[in-house]
Design a protein around this ligand. Structure first.
Ligand code: SAH
Length: 219
């Protein structure tokens, strides 16, 4: 059977709407985020063999031992990032499939994204181009160092987990900026919101999460 990626079956708008309904029930309130997630076809960011599972609220494998994040976590992180108001420049660390990148691209002016695994970076770039995301720049590098050329960022979102917040990311956060990052060991982490305020840095715990580790490349 040939799958119709645009219309019928498990990837249809109705299937997507059910996921959005579920995200609402799980407590996602930001209509901008829900609308972006309604619009971006998640099934195009996973292997065709997994496309029918793309609108389940689960993480899925994307190869190279990595995963596309669970939709609820993507929504939660994006909602937390946007809660301070409109964002111009956002840095994402861990492009992976490019799905979170595509969601951000609907909601902010420009997304800069870094990924350390070349085949994933290239595939994400291709998929984002195909769905018409033009306000995204991706590069291959170790995102623990951020992306200095375009700093400072109004928001930084990290989709792989370090043991501690990398200093470079704090340094590249604009005044008033928000950093969303999972921090902890390999089995479980705390999702943190770090804010750069007039009085210095503040930190808030959002939720327990489970991300793949942030890998530091030796230089
Ligand atoms: N947001 C992505 C999540 C992918 S999983 C998605 O939903 O598809 C996390 C990604 O972070 C993986 O692709 C992994 O290769 C990448 N990663 C891990 N350590 C990294 C580092 N130091 N710099 C950049 N990317 C990193």
């Amino acid at each position: 059977m040939r799958m119709d990626v645009h219309g019928i079956g498990m990837t249809s708008q109705r299937t997507r709407d059910r996921l959005i309904q579920r995200l609402r029930e799980e407590g996602i309130r930001d209509e901008r985020v829900l609308e972006a997630m309604r619009n971006v076809p998640r099934h195009l960011f996973v292997d065709e063999a997994l496309a029918t599972r793309a609108y389940e609220d689960t993480a899925l494998p994307i190869g190279q031992g990595q995963t596309i994040s669970q939709p609820y976590i993507v929504a939660l992180m994006t909602q937390a990032l946007l809660a301070g108001g409109r964002l111009k420049k956002v840095l994402e660390v861990g492009t992976g499939s490019g799905y979170q990148t595509a969601i951000l691209a609907q909601l902010v002016d420009t997304v800069y994204s870094v990924e350390r695994i070349e085949p994933l970076m290239k595939l994400a770039r291709k998929r984002l181009r195909e769905i018409g995301c033009r306000n995204v720049q991706i590069k291959l590098s170790d995102g623990s160092w951020g992306w200095k050329d375009h700093a400072p960022y109004d928001g930084i979102i990290v989709t792989a987990a370090p043991a501690e917040v990398p200093l470079a990311l704090i340094e590249q956060l604009a005044p008033g900026g928000r950093l969303i990052i999972p921090v902890g060991g390999p089995a479980m982490q705390e999702l943190l919101l770090v804010q750069h305020t007039d009085k210095g840095l503040s930190q808030e715990r959002l939720e327990l999460v489970n991300f793949v580790p942030l890998v530091r490349d030796s230089i």
